[in-house]
Ligand binder design. Structure first.
Ligand code: ATP
Length: 249
């Protein structure tokens, strides 16, 4: 068996006096996709923030690509190849598309920056059509493409994406998932927390369901059937896919 790319062991996270994660252990194989599921407040965002260095663990150990990254600041973790796309996209709405991409690669060596931006735009040609447009005036779907392009531009080993499809229309959500699928096919490991449970599971190799800050269930995505989802998420949290018309974006 290969060593996990990301290995989280016994992770506790506290916000002041309240504890959000309790002994969470998760291993992610290189090149695989992990879906992190859970009802609102279960701790999905906290997990993503802790792994990417934005909140410090109170206990536990996080290993990435063979290195102990527990307690490292976010910029150092990012430089090791772990890129976080926060809920709400993490783009600079007041800056142009090109400047958003420039900011993303600002830490890269000077001589590779232009090529990194070109590569990102190649993956999302829609962005290449409007380099000077203010990011905040793009549609929701285009903003999410920009967030992904920013992530891809740094050639990450692992992307951890928090509620990437939040607020997007179903067709746009589908293209976001397709981009993630392409990322995976190019060898990038993906950890995604998602409200579209069935879509996330269709893409995932493995799944972790958080319940009140603890791992309630973990296993292969194909084993996360109706019984498991009903038990840990409730029907309201994983409505069967319907043909939705004209929602969101
Ligand atoms: P959602 O789907 O609503 O984003 P989540 O599963 O991502 O939920 P978290 O946002 O990680 O859950 O929240 C886990 C717990 O930590 C919740 O009880 C939440 O109220 C608490 N929490 C999250 N962020 C903070 C914070 N900055 N300060 C204090 N408590 C927080």
């Amino acid at each position: 068996m290969t060593a996990p790319l990301l290995d989280v062991a016994g992770l506790d996270v506290r916000y002041g006096p309240s504890q959000a994660l309790f002994g969470v252990s998760v291993a992610v194989e290189p090149g695989s996709v992990l879906a992190v599921l859970g009802v609102n407040g279960a701790g999905k965002s906290t997990f993503a923030r802790a792994v990417s260095g934005l909140v410090a663990p109170a206990a536990g150990r996080i290993t990435f690509d063979g290195q102990d990254i527990t307690g490292l600041p976010a910029h150092r973790i990012r430089r090791l190849g772990l890129t976080y796309i926060p809920e709400g996209r993490g783009i600079f709405p007041g800056l142009s598309v090109t400047d958003n991409l420039r900011m993303a690669v600002a830490q890269e060596p000077r001589n590779v920056r232009a090529a990194a931006i070109d590569r990102a735009i190649e993956q999302f040609p829609i962005l290449g059509n409007r380099p000077a447009q203010r990011a905040g005036s793009l549609s929701g779907g285009e903003q999410q493409m920009l967030a992904l392009a920013r992530a891809f531009a740094v050639s990450p080993k692992l992307i951890i994406a928090d509620e990437l499809s939040l607020g997007l229309a179903p067709a746009v959500t589908e293209s976001v998932f397709q981009s993630l699928d392409e990322a995976r096919r190019s060898g990038i490991t993906v950890v995604l927390s998602e409200q579209f449970v069935h879509r996330a599971l269709a893409m995932a190799d493995s799944c972790v369901i958080l319940t009140r800050g603890r791992v309630g269930w973990a296993g292969p995505a194909t084993d996360a059937g109706r019984e498991v989802l009903d038990r840990y998420l409730g029907e309201a949290e994983h409505p069967r896919p319907t043909v939705a018309a004209g929602a969101g974006d």
